[in-house]
Design a protein around this ligand. Sequence first.
Ligand code: G4P
Length: 536
Amino acid sequence: MSDLHSEINRRRTFAIISHPDAGKTTLTEKFLLYGGAIQSAGSVKGKQSDKHAVSDWMDLEKQRGISITSSVLQFEYEGYCINLLDTPGHQDFSEDTYRTLMAADSAVMVIDAAKGIEPQTRKLFKVCAMRDIPIFTFINKMDREARDPFDLLDELEHEFGIGTYPMNWPIGCGQSFKGVYDRDAKSILSFSDSHRGRERIRGVDCDIRDTEKLDALIGEKQRVELCEQVELLDGASFDFDLEAVRHGKLSPVFFGSALNNFGVEPFLEHFLKMTTPPLPRRAGEVTVDPFDERFTAFVFKIQANMNKAHRDRIAFMRICSGRFDRAKEYYHVQGDKTAKLSQPQQMMASEREVIDEAYAGDIIGIFDPGIFSIGDTVCERGMKLRFDGIPTFAPEHFAVVEQVDSMKRKQFAKGMNQIAQEGAIQIFFEPNSGLERVIVGVVGVLQFEVLEYRLKNEYGCDLRRTDLAYQQIRWVKDPATDMKKLKLSHDTKWVQDFRGNNLLIFTSEWAIRWVLEDNPGLELLEFNRGQEEGQS
Ligand code: G4P
């Protein structure tokens, strides 16, 4: 069993989160270059359709040259087996992006040094914080004009309520960027030695009090500035505390430039050392130990119709414990059935590969004939457990959707329900109105297009869509709330989901505050953790 132990022990499963354009793709590419998984930059994600995209399963994806769903990449680096979960940005931001974070054990947050925290960073951070997973910050683009590093740290601490610990400190920025001072090694990594290539930049050992040497390296002006800043840091910043890092309370911060491949390898090395192998997972009252040899996994994403001819779906599972063996039969808890998992596959950089075995920490994709739902548990036969459900995340765009041809009512209802069950959209109804008028909520607007495309292609239904001005949704916490007695303003609407849960949709953040002020005692939730399928 030592084999099982060492395989699991060397796994690291993390997601990269950022606002579009902060440099996530560039950083991912450098990681893959180090891991030897790709040979040249530019092969991770084509900005436009001429470049190869990692996942180009759907026609729509191909037309737009973007990847709709998050991908998982596995690569090796210095003995570690790394599973990197991509969280898509731009228009392809969707609920999948959030769910992917449920499968990660830690997150790398990329921040543009000129911009600081941006809206998408904020949203993704909230989901990571909900699970207290460790967050490592890479402040990117130091080769450009940047904001004051103290300001950036302050912003992280105040907005996110976490501590920060700069592992290195930038020496200037933009034209005058000289490199970084490694606080632990007490050495300087010089930017001028960065060759944009794969060669490692050697740090120059340098005592911060060695004025002569420092002056020769970075010049007097910047030496004075650096010494002042390091003194300030040593006196004022948080102490390094690995336990706090591992509980998501303290974020180690690294400054660098992904494009110039500067600071990327030290980041990866520190990151791999500080993060843990797969973490235990809650399944109701039980805590599943990843090193337990019995296989357990949960479904965090379902991708439909990768192959139009076959109408297949792929269920992505995160393995939580033990070893997956292709030849064995496993138990699907929610379906109460035992079967072999069909066509198990993993993403290796740009290819999908059928695999025979996989370990806790890995993500596998399984051919799904339509039996799995998001949050389902699959495990060794004879085990009795259900992993805690995946929360439902608040959609931010809403539209009323109706079928154009009223003869297609059945297909419309079937299609809408199936797509909602897969978790690609959320559907709501206005209490006391007919079922034909469906309010669709999505996290990213592209999901509307996917819905229209799929209903037409798979169910032969054309849709009429009327966008609504609502932007926020909250679950009403107490199911016994008398909804008719609530005082609601004209910009707030009461809706229900298909389970009958009560929700309110709002046109703005302000509207939420007004409703709370006008209805003392009312409690609203941003995520819905109370899915029945998630409760044991
Ligand atoms: P994303 O995945 O987070 O959306 O960002 P991506 O890596 O695509 O980077 C966004 C832009 O920022 C790209 O430029 C990229 O080259 C640039 N960039 C990334 N890291 C750095 C850095 O350290 N320094 C500087 N100066 N630029 C950086 P682009 O012009 O939009 O795209 P491209 O034509 O280079 O592909």
